[in-house]
Design a protein. Structure first.
Length: 191
């Protein structure tokens, strides 16, 4: 019990220090996909305790206050639901905590591609939409290659997260035409 309470005390201290460091910045409205997942739950809590408004994007037709309905498989996301949102954080996707058979790999990849494509296209079509899309998804699988032994040029999926422009084919109005995501230098092919 003492270790648990010590951990919570450290976490609280660190969270308060984090909020104090950024206290001078304006509060934002942030829409988060994957807000019920491992990272999304913690990110939403951190942002809310810092005074930001979090709008959870959920795959349900019936939503509560502060929630946004979307359906990546059906391609449904109403741009009006993102009005007033400053930033979209995309953490959605099928869990990678599974056996990585061919079907699972396809589902993992597709869940990220469909959601990212839908969000990117929706944002690209908005006149005064969110200023930023933060794309984070765990699709990296590093196989038997040794570090630095990459012999082929990785595809977009192999590089980690899909740049917003790779999905829409164009940059949102008024934004520079360049990828906004980082990626590992080498990852194995998805077969």
């Amino acid at each position: 019990m003492h270790r648990l309470l010590a951990f919570r005390a450290r976490q609280l201290r660190d969270d308060l220090a984090f909020h104090a460091r950024w206290a001078q910045l304006p509060r934002r409205t942030i829409a988060i996909t994957g807000s019920s997942g491992l990272i999304g739950t913690q990110l939403a809590a951190l942002l809310e305790t810092g005074g930001h408004t979090v709008r959870r994007m959920i795959r349900e037709s019936e939503v509560g206050p502060g929630e946004i309905s979307w359906d990546p498989q059906a391609g449904q996301l109403d741009p009006a639901d993102l009005e007033g949102v400053d930033v979209v954080v995309n953490l959605a996707g099928r869990s990678i905590a599974t056996r990585w058979g061919a079907g699972a790999r396809r589902e993992i990849r597709d869940s990220r591609v469909h959601g990212t494509r839908l969000i990117a296209r929706t944002l690209a079509g908005m006149r005064d939409g969110p200023a930023a899309l933060i794309q984070a998804s765990a699709i990296g699988l590093y196989g038997p290659r040794r570090p630095g032994s990459c012999s082929q040029r990785p595809t977009l999926v192999e590089r980690g997260s899909l740049p917003i422009w790779s999905v829409t084919g164009r940059a949102p109005p008024g934004r520079p035409r360049r990828p906004v995501s980082g990626s590992p230098p080498c990852a194995p092919a998805w077969r």
